[in-house]
Design a binder for this molecule. Structure first.
Ligand code: PLP
Length: 380
């Protein structure tokens, strides 16, 4: 029950990667020989498949990265840093994962600009009235997640993007927790940057996506230099390729990208709406059952939530909860979930968190509840 941290890998993903690793392995974009050409073709075909998964027919809006964290840092260094001027501001929210918080904080410190933080209410919903008042002509980016990895809040992403777009502010959506469940992409969401990680959607570690809207692809300049991103190099000058081929200097994670394509196929075959409804059912059942455990506090009560529930037990540290449950074979996360600003805003140091995926079932929830009740008896 720690699927917000990472999901289990689909067998078809492992099979696709093994096929490449064992029989088709070659570096891409370099060789003249068949094996290398085939690897290049497979890699680039994957870009097209990923664009389709994002409801786009333009594969050149899709860059491969090492994951969500890497994608967000790329937007910070490649797109945003070169534009920043004294007096500018960046808007993000108190509910972000550190991956969608620290890169903006670092830019704000380096360029002496303002980082504006959208607050939330005690239920774990963002304050959209504050969002409206924080955005102005000097806002260079709004960075927001689709789903909170700590509270499971599904943010009203259309409304949030609409607010920024009415002032023509570029928007980055961190879709790390939503890519499995909802239709995403810069076109369907009308945002400008969209990021997710393969390992949170049945795919491999170390691979993810940055999609950029056509409006801003030309603003993505190389930030990391080396082979693979160049048109030509002379002693005094280098000419670079265009986005997305100007970002991934060096050899990319070819096998990981092939595994990611298999993961997207796996998701499409099951169907995002089937996944969403299964996880929704488990979330509602877990909320109901958890609320009957004595001494429990469920953290937040957002208007819309999916798949993720944080809670605390009276007088028991979340690490002790996780260790106790571990003896019953229950894997749940305890700690800050890389969201210290969110927890501080709620006056908390840590929580225990369950997060569901498609292979969880009602029996898992029963086991969790029995174990929690036993813990409460043991502790009292
Ligand atoms: C909402 C959110 N954003 C970003 C990340 C970072 O993802 P990664 O570690 O794959 O880069 C996570 C990981 O938990 C997350 O939940």
């Amino acid at each position: 029950m720690d699927n917000a941290a990472t999901t289990q890998r689909a067998k078809s993903v492992v099979a696709a990667q093994s096929q490449f690793d064992l029989y088709e392995n070659a570096n891409i974009h370099r060789g003249i020989y068949d094996l290398s050409n085939q690897a290049t073709q497979k890699f680039e075909n994957t870009r097209t498949k990923i664009a389709q998964f994002l409801s786009s027919n333009n594969a050149n809006t899709v860059a491969f990265t090492q994951g969500t964290t890497a994608s967000i840092n790329i937007v910070a260094q490649s797109f945003l840093a070169p534009k920043l001027k004294f007096g500018d501001n960046i808007v993000t929210t108190i509910m972000e994962h550190h991956a969608n918080f620290i890169p903006w904080q670092m830019l704000a410190q380096k360029y002496q600009i303002e980082l504006r933080i959208v607050p939330m209410d005690k239920n774990g919903d963002l304050d959209l009235i504050q969002l409206k008042s924080l955005i102005d002509r000097k806002t260079q980016l709004l960075a927001v997640s689709h789903i909170s990895n700590t509270l499971g809040t599904i943010h009203p992403i259309d409304e949030i993007i609409g607010i920024a777009k009415s002032s023509e502010i570029p928007v980055l959506v961190d879709a790390a927790q939503s890519a499995c469940h909802f239709e995403i992409g810069v076109d369907p969401l009308n945002c400008d940057f969209l990021t997710f990680s393969g390992h949170k959607m049945f795919g491999p570690f170390g691979v993810g996506i940055l999609q950029v809207s056509e409006k801003y692809v030309e603003d993505m300049i190389p930030y990391n230099f080396g082979g693979g991103i160049i048109e030509n190099v002379q002693i005094k000058k280098t000419n670079f390729r265009n986005f997305p081929h100007n970002l991934d200097a060096g050899t990319p994670n070819v096998s990981g990208v092939i595994g990611l394509a298999a993961a997207l196929k796996f998701i499409s075959e099951i169907g995002k709406s089937n996944m969403e409804s299964h996880i929704n059912k488990l979330t509602l059942l877990a909320l109901d059952q958890l609320s009957q455990v004595s001494g429990i506090e469920i953290i937040g009560n957002p208007k819309k939530r999916i798949g993720i529930i944080s809670f605390n037990l009276k007088n028991i540290h979340p690490h002790d909860v996780a260790s106790f449950l571990n003896k019953d074979g229950i894997a749940l996360r305890a700690g800050t979930h890389c969201t210290q600003p969110l927890l501080s805003a709620m006056g908390l140091h840590a929580t225990a968190r369950v997060s569901f995926s498609i292979y969880n079932n009602e029996e898992d929830i029963n086991t969790l509840i029995v174990s929690l009740k036993e813990l409460m008896k043991f502790w009292s």
